[in-house]
Ligand binder design. Structure first.
Ligand SMILES: Cc1cc2nc3c(=O)[nH]c(=O)nc-3n(C[C@H](O)[C@H](O)[C@H](O)COP(=O)(O)OP(=O)(O)OC[C@H]3O[C@@H](n4cnc5c(N)ncnc54)[C@H](O)[C@@H]3O)c2cc1C
Length: 315
């Protein structure tokens, strides 16, 4: 989102991502014949600014409305509340890929590039990368989870003001343990193929086939922050065993074809920064962005934060 805003204003942009694809927590994984979203599951729209982008993605055939509410577990509890929840054709990661592919030629996207340190000589930035020459830039937007962004500055002996450092160090994230279960037959989850129980230790369970992104029945389960913190280092088998009584009632006779655990150390912000971006004082242009900035959080918050960081840098 930031790269689009910067290139629209005439800047030349390089996007660096350590992942095999862009997208970060917009993450989709192939398992056997299925595909599963294992980070963000859907997104909502609360602002007219974001609604404009979502309309564009929907008319481009990238995003689609999945549901207007979730079941809390039985067949009769799905309560439509009028608010559309959007998913992405092919999985959430496809939205990030779409954004990368529609950048103009004044932007370059490099994946499998791990940034190791951010240095400054007082005028611009030198970006150290694993297995590649340093890169130079006039300005920088860092969108990694904030503890990781701070570590990159520290590794480059780049010092923030006390105020900026304290504001950034106050940001925290919850972990999330995610179970992915490929089955030989469809589980009988209530419409629309997902169960949301915000106060239960498994807060989310969805069948990616019912969602429309998987050729095979494939469950995604998310544990809440308390369980995820307590069991973060537990073996996969123990976590999968804990998940089993939660999904089994919906798939009594199904055979597990494959099961995986994905650990998110930084899943969603717990303590956020109140503004959509933080422009560092006393350094060459540097803005921090991501879902921990602003008052929206989650995917919409991350998108709006990217736009705000671009505006701050251009200013
Ligand atoms: C389990 C889970 C469930 C979620 N459910 C929902 C949901 O249903 N709805 C919703 O709206 N949101 C949901 N979210 C939150 C949503 O995914 C995030 O808010 C959003 O994707 C954050 O985007 P971001 O750009 O701020 O950060 P990220 O997506 O984390 O992007 C940061 C990027 O920085 C890259 N990076 C980090 N360090 C380096 C480095 N050293 N060098 C190069 N690149 C680096 C990473 O590879 C990554 O691509 C969920 C998240 C998780 C984990």
């Amino acid at each position: 989102m930031a790269a689009h805003a910067l290139t629209r204003a005439g800047a030349r942009v390089t996007v660096l991502d350590k992942g095999r694809s862009v997208g970060g927590r917009l993450a989709t994984r192939r398992i056997g014949a299925g595909h599963a979203d294992h980070g963000a599951q859907f997104f909502t729209v609360r602002t007219s600014e974001f609604a404009g982008y979502v309309q564009e993605w929907a008319s481009d055939g990238v995003a689609y409305e999945w549901a207007r509410g979730w079941s809390s577990g039985d067949q009769h509890t799905t309560k439509p509340d009028g608010h559309p929840r959007y998913a992405v054709k092919g999985g959430m990661n496809a939205l990030a890929v779409h954004l990368a592919e529609t950048l103009p030629s004044t932007a370059e996207v490099r994946v499998n590039v791990k940034v190791t340190a951010l240095h400054t000589d007082g005028r611009g930035w030198r970006i150290a990368q694993e297995d590649a020459d340093d890169l130079h830039a006039d300005g920088l937007i860092v969108t990694a989870p904030v503890p990781q962004s701070l570590a990159l500055l520290e590794a480059g002996n780049t010092y923030l003001t006390d105020t900026d450092r304290a504001a950034l160090q106050a940001i925290t994230y919850d972990p999330c343990l995610c179970g992915l279960i490929l089955l030989d037959r469809a589980p009988l989850l209530p419409d629309p193929g997902a169960v949301q129980r915000p106060n239960y230790w498994v807060s989310w369970m969805a069948d990616n086939q019912r969602k429309g992104i998987s050729a095979a029945p494939l469950l995604t389960l998310h544990a809440d922050p308390a369980y995820s913190a307590a069991k973060y280092g537990a073996p996969d088998a123990e976590i999968l065993e804990d998940f089993a009584p939660v999904w089994r009632p919906y798939a009594a006779d199904a055979v597990i074809l494959e099961a995986q655990v994905k650990r998110w150390r930084y899943s969603q912000p717990a303590v956020m920064h109140p503004h959509p971006t933080l422009r560092a004082e006393g350094l060459p242009p540097l803005a921090f962005a991501g879902d921990a900035f602003g008052d929206k959080s989650r995917m919409e918050g991350a998108a709006l934060s990217g736009l705000a960081a671009a505006a701050a840098l251009l200013h």
